[in-house]
Design a protein around this ligand. Sequence first.
Ligand code: ADE
Ligand code: ZN
Ligand code: ZN
Length: 256
Amino acid sequence: MRSVILLLLLIPTVSFANIWGRTGHRVTGHIAEKHLTKKARKAIKELLDGNSLAFASTYADEIKSDRSFSSYTPWHYVNYPFAKTYQESEKSEFGDIVVAIDKCINVLTDKNSSRADKVFHLKFLVHLMGDLHQPMHAGLEEDRGGNDIQVQWFGEGSNLHRVWDTNMLESYGMSFYELGNELNNATSKKERKTIQQGTIIEWLAESHDYANDIYKSVNVGEKLGYSYSYKYNSILFERLKKGGFRLAKVLNDVFS
Ligand code: ADE
Ligand code: ZN
Ligand code: ZN
């Protein structure tokens, strides 16, 4: 009996189904890494002990398996109605992705922050700029960003949130490195500069608008597969690419 209780305690509170798949975060980090200023690159290298942004990008999901970090779970998303803007919406007392990104930027730019605090909030910022671009991280409260909308993915049980976090990327089959290079190389400098304009709230609003379309893209229980990928992969890739370029922009500003 005691060992059963012990086992139950070890089960993570949030399953890995809940993450903008690790590949997505790594793609965003890998693209951003290519567009850092010299100054930002140096500061980041020191804080991450020489590790890459792609490597650091999944830390914020890994700590979800430790209950002592449970207060950070609401940092990964924000839910609000489609009839409202983020500014008009009711805010969660536990924080949300916008408040969290702001907090990370503040810790990183405060000269009184400890190194440990800077490391933690840098890893979080790298992660959250990915989540900000996953449309279903800016969805509706009632179905937890599509987590409660069951669908099938190539015959296996899944949900609409998970399709966009993980399933589409897994089925596409490229590594984060290949997809990151591909998306980066296919973008001109001019396009990149245009993508890097705007604010966190404007970038969130893009995700929220896409979420509205994505909700309409399926029926509950629908069998999804090749034709869904064919139709929506271009949006997925656009979000990853924009997340990467904008992560670089935010980091360059933080470490300027
Ligand atoms: N939990 C509740 N809402 C969520 C969302 N939009 N994304 C991820 N996890 C959630
Ligand atoms: Zn997610
Ligand atoms: Zn996340």
